[in-house]
Design a binder for this molecule. Sequence first.
Ligand SMILES: [Fe+2]
Ligand SMILES: [Fe+2]
Length: 329
Amino acid sequence: MLSGYTERESLDRVFPPSHQFLSKPCPKDVLVSTITNALNSRNLLRGTGLRALVGSITRLPSLPEIYRQVASEIAKDEPSMERLGAIIGQDVAMTARLLKLVNSPFFGMTRKILSPVQAVNLVGINYLQSLIMACATFDSCEVSIPGYSLRRLMEHSLRTSCASAQIAALEGVAAEARDEYMTAGLLHDIGKLVLATNLPEAYARIIATVQREPRPVHEVEMEVLGATHAEMGAYLLRLWGLSDSVVDAALLHHAPCTIEPSLSPSLAVYCANVLDRELVVINPGYHRPAIDDVYLQRSGLAPRLEAWRAGLEKICRRVEGDEAQDSHS
Ligand SMILES: [Fe+2]
Ligand SMILES: [Fe+2]
């Protein structure tokens, strides 16, 4: 939606919720890239069962108002940290949620972060924006499928995010370029939320199958739904205007043979996801994938796997230590 009228709530009463909202005046390049993204999301629907699946979904999550305000501040020529802090601070519940997250052992901060401005400075605004997106999406989803936990999925997403950024750091990627790795890790399984929320009965069947038989979830999703959470997530992230590398990482995170064999957010998220599944038992009895050695050899990064695994082990120990402390306090 492109409008000169900025009262979003009034607009939502008149028009059905839109996935992206642009205020006038809108810079030409922002308008062009937004339309290109929307058209590309349609390309994802070609030639797969995803088209039928998207058609059967009545409610795709939409982005919260605070996300839009942050995005429009970032798009300015000179975004202000103070204004960004003030925008986030307006939403008290989201601020509390974000501060709790950035102070959690996942991020290993050496000092306590007390305000949105500090969070923006330390975590970076792009990643904080992705955290807002993830928190709002998780909060808007309600799932009551036996054996399925949104809390565990969020924790897996956070570990994958931190591990993916750590892989980038270990391989010498500059700090400002690591945001994409973190964001891609954080959002890689977001399609699961959409499927479990919109198709609870079919998804309950999928979960029951993978609890009974040690098969990958995405394989059973394809059988039951004709598409996977990876495709669904990529479609949604494209619709929301995320970058190609974040969309690709979500789309390809179970298919290493389709990922370029060189360091990228897709490669890092693929490895971080598998390593997390190897080190943390998210659901006992579930199929646990293994790294595709042939693919990693081709990338020339196979000798680095041990260092990446050790990095994630460190994150897991930090989180476990904190949980143990919590249970004794
Ligand atoms: Fe996945
Ligand atoms: Fe995953």
